[in-house]
Write a protein that binds this ligand. Sequence first.
Ligand code: NOJ
Length: 562
Amino acid sequence: MPPLPPDPSWHHDAIIYQLHVKAFRDSNRDGYGDFRGLLEKLDYIADLGVTAVWLLPFYPSPLKDDGYDIADYCGVHPSYGSLEDVVAFLDAAHARGLRVITELVINHTSDQHPWFQRARLAPKGSAERDFYVWTDDPNKYAGTRIIFTDTESSNWAWDPTAQQFYWHRFFAHQPDLNFDNPAVLEAVLDAMRFWLRLGVDGLRLDAIPYLVEREGTSCENLPETHAVLKKLRAVLDAEFPARIFLAEANQWPSDVRPYFGDGDECHMAFHFPVMPRMYMAVAREDRTPIVEIMAQTPPIPSQCQWAIFLRNHDELTLEMVTDDERDYMYNAYAKDPRMRVNVGIRRRLAPLMDNGRDEIELMHALLMSLPGSPVLYYGDEIGMGDNIYLGDRNGVRTPMQWSADRNAGFSTAPTAALYFPVIADPPYGYQTVNVEAQESTVTSLLQWVRAIVRLRRKYRAFGRGTFEPLDPANRRVLAFLRRWDHEVILCVNNLARHAQYVELDLCEFEGWSAMELWSGQAFPTIGSNPYLLTMSGRDFLWFRLMPPGGPERLGAIAPVGA
Ligand code: NOJ
């Protein structure tokens, strides 16, 4: 089946569900999830109301970095299935109206990749050797930070076969490709075309700030790197209209902005800095961290969109905060050193919120209403826990909890054969935290998440609208407007654990009505005095504001950055 009807703006209204094939459902009893298992569970994903699925890497790999160490760009790891299974999955997803985003990991490969094996044997200076970045002098590029601070002490590793050092920004088993070699770009374009021809709708570009190295720089965000991205984008536009690039650039907003280019690089980029600030705002009961980072976020071209998230498969990164803020976050959310890894926190959403239902809902409300397309991490919709005794970032990558059956309904393999143990201890154990139980409970988190996803989808202002923070005296309340076309949405969030009242300056809307979106209830008409709301702890309210003559009275409002 061909991709969904071309819609060059689908990413603006996207709600993305992120998952690992390995972790979702095992169909063949080997203890690893696979594409056939994922197919069995596709209706579950569609029922969530999301519009797209993002699959973590599923390619042949020694799996020393959970598949981000790729040994073959155009294959499927045998534990996860075959290319035919992938095609069947793409067809089934498209048949349900779901788009599929996969990973294009081009900064580095596994050291098991044939290109690297060839490179180390090839003569110094040859085109084959030059697929990667080599040196005789490991003091080169000394201004470059180390990312995996817990495991690596240098970005260079010695290769005894090549008798040279090779460059790696991540693990030493992940040599960086050399984009100064034109053959590398051609090879990467072939991999890109391969998956787009199969029908994937978008590609997450992993680790793109680090593609090119130059002496005397931080080797991040270089103009040469942007030049590579523009070349990839030109091919994408020429050959695969309406497919998108999603940039993974863990950088400050002003440094991420260039990854959108003039609309000629990436269509989407993760907004990394806003993520820890949502947690900080809730812990501090103060809107300032969110308001400040949004103020520092530059406008982006109208055809582009942010992607925002609460948690993902990595640590909750604290690279884009100040030293004081980092200390605060560790203290608030990771008192046990086992909860920390590299520069971040390896925990899931529910444990971070101490399993507080109000807090989990408030965080989702922020995710669904701040600018950008929300990305949900599998398992967070049922409040799954984590396992901080697993190494690296694996504690947040445990099997999906489907039911109270053996192995949480994830697999019928012997329990010892599972790739990781399921979460079994209270309060997050699969016996109680599972999809089946939550499907049969009207008040469950899962049902609530489905409801908020559907509510968000009713109003395009959430995906496309302006972001206009209000400035009420009570800083425990974060209130903002989202306007687009004929919609004006007011979002009010009580970040505090106790009840608050807030007076909002809505004089611009005098005479307008306010309808609360969850209940459909009419609230008092907006008058000339400040609009007074009282809210219980960690509460949030979304209103649609309408002028007396109805929404048609509103002129159309273009999206931010238009
Ligand atoms: C970013 C990915 O999100 C992370 O999981 C991985 O370890 C690094 N890139 C290296 O590929």
